[in-house]
Design a protein around this ligand. Sequence first.
Ligand SMILES: Nc1ncnc2c1ncn2[C@@H]1O[C@H](COP(=O)(O)OP(=O)(O)O)[C@@H](O)[C@H]1O
Ligand SMILES: [Mg+2]
Length: 129
Amino acid sequence: MIAININSEASVFDAIVRVNHLLQDTSFDVTERQSIFISVSEIVRNVLNHGGGSGRLYCTLDHQGFRLTCIDEGPGIENLSEILDGNYISGSGLGAGLASVKRLMDELYITTSSEGTRIVAVKRDRRQR
Ligand SMILES: Nc1ncnc2c1ncn2[C@@H]1O[C@H](COP(=O)(O)OP(=O)(O)O)[C@@H](O)[C@H]1O
Ligand SMILES: [Mg+2]
C-alpha cells in the first residue's frame, strides 16, 4: 500500500510517480494506467482546490485490481448527484473531474458531508473480469 499526504501542488506529481511505481508489475495496459493517473490527479487536485487543501491518499492492489481511497476534512461536496451525472458546470478547469473519474474507473463510491469527503475508486484487473 502507498500513503500520500496531500498538501500542495507537488502532491499531485508525488501521487502519480508513486502510483506509477505501484502499477509497474501489474497487467494494466497503457490506457488503463492513464485512466488511473487522470483519476488520481483529479481527485488529489480536488482536495487542494475544494477539500480544504489537505488530505490523504491511499492506494492498494488486491485481487480485484487497483483501489484508491482519498480522504479530506473539507466542507463536503454539494450537489453530488448532479456532478456525477455530468450536469454540473464547473467554474474552473475542464469541469468534468469527478464525472471523468466515474467514466474512467470501474467503481466509484463517494461519502461526503460537512465534516469531509471520502472517495473510493476501483480499476479492475482484466484477469479478474
Ligand atoms: N474533495 C472535495 N471537497 C469538497 N468539494 C469537492 C471536492 N471534490 C469536488 N468538489 C466539488 O465538486 C465540484 C466538481 O468537481 P470536479 O468534477 O472535479 O470539477 P472542478 O474541480 O473542475 O470544479 C467542485 O467544483 C467542488 O464544488
Ligand atoms: Mg476537479
